[in-house]
Design a protein around this ligand. Structure first.
Ligand code: PEP
Ligand code: MN
Length: 353
């Protein structure tokens, strides 16, 4: 249920109502939109009469039921307004959301050594990326495949952050690693395989770092939004949804099926920002540029692209990784699509490092 307050509602009245709703056993949440304040009500609202709630104050404009099973994640919960995720990075706050320029995240699948992560960070920054990605803890299908360098790789990410000022995005697989990982990560990634690891979702929901929630490879949009709901319900409002391809019947030519229709679908269902990962979405470097451009045309808020200085030698996901030169070229092409849509701010530095 949401309570839409009239424009100019006094703060004291909003506070009084919030208290009253709490005594009814509900959890009220004040949401300050561009034009209006909305009080979101979560709890046993099914038996409540919206009209009766409306009568509790003359400052209430409307009381509406949220029909979706995901409440806080729904677009209705914010009365149709998009939310933005502010991320603090050494270079300042970067906003990810519908009303902001597209944010680019780039970097290797795994952090392999200091030289490669610093070199990649410098190159992707010069090409205009705002975030460096790189896995320290890797969810691999085979237990015999490279599992990531773990905590020592977090130290290398910290060095890359220090050297470039880029924000860091890295995956958390095990809640036991949360503390050291959150010291380095500006955004914590929850990978496709853990999208429905509900205890992990509750843990990251109970801390402050923004969360990048990747779509499970066989997750419906509703499963995915319900997973986001876990994080929001635990108190963390900063969730970005990342489409990274789903499993379909055909895996012969592309690793996954990148569901770009998720962009307009999510836009209608949720206020949360959207990221597209065409690297895992296709599994092949040569298909990444077309899908990245299409993602911008379809309205994504951000992109995640795997970049490796020597993809042929990569310890994971080499076939889908762009070289730094290819990434630089791609960023020029993305600017051509993003600028006329009003979604591109030039971050490219004239001289590649
Ligand atoms: C990754 O980002 O490298 C990764 C493992 O992603 P996903 O969880 O989408 O497979
Ligand atoms: Mn990868």
């Amino acid at each position: 249920m949401i309570v839409v307050m009239k424009v100019g509602s006094p703060e004291a009245e909003i506070a009084r109502l919030t208290e009253e709703f709490t005594t009814w056993g509900l959890t009220p949440e004040k949401i300050v939109g561009k034009h209006k304040v909305v009080i979101g009500l979560v709890g046993e609202t099914a038996a409540m009469d919206p009209l009766q709630i409306q009568e509790s104050s003359n400052w209430i404009e409307q009381v509406l039921r949220v029909e979706q099973p995901f409440k806080r994640a729904s677009r209705e919960y914010r009365h149709g307004e998009a939310s933005e995720v502010p991320v603090s990075t050494p270079n300042g706050v970067v906003y990810i959301g519908e009303h902001h320029p597209i944010v680019t995240v780039a970097g290797p699948c795994s952090v392999e050594n200091e030289e490669m992560i610093i070199e990649t960070a410098r190159r992707v920054k010069a090409a205009g990326a705002q975030f460096l990605r790189g896995g320290a803890f890797k969810p691999r299908t085979s237990p015999y495949a490279f599992q990531g360098h773990g905590e020592s790789a977090l130290g290398l990410l910290a060095a890359a952050r220090e050297a470039t000022g880029l924000g860091i995005i890295t995956e958390l697989m095990d809640a036991a690693d949360l503390e050291p990982l959150a010291e380095v990560a500006d955004v914590i990634q929850i990978g496709a395989r853990n999208m429905q690891n509900f205890s992990l979702l509750k843990k990251v929901g109970a801390q402050d770092k923004p969360i990048l929630l990747k779509r499970g490879m066989a997750a419906t949009i509703e499963d995915w939004l319900m997973a986001a709901e876990y994080i929001l319900a635990a108190g963390n409002p900063n969730v970005i949804l990342c489409e990274r391809g789903i499993r379909t019947f055909d895996r012969q030519y592309a690793r996954n099926t990148l569901d770009l229709s998720a962009i307009p679908v999510l836009r209608t269902l949720t206020h949360l920002p959207i990221m597209i990962d065409p690297s895992h979405g296709t599994g092949r470097a040569e298909y990444v540029p077309a899908m990245a451009m299409a993602s911008i045309a379809a309205g994504t808020d951000s992109l995640m692209i795997e970049v490796h200085p020597n993809p042929k030698k990569a310890l994971s996901d080499g076939p889908q990784s762009l070289t730094p030169d290819a990434f630089d070229e791609l960023m020029k092409q993305l600017a051509i699509v993003g600028k006329p849509l009003g979604r591109w701010t030039e971050q490219r530095q004239a001289i590649a490092v």
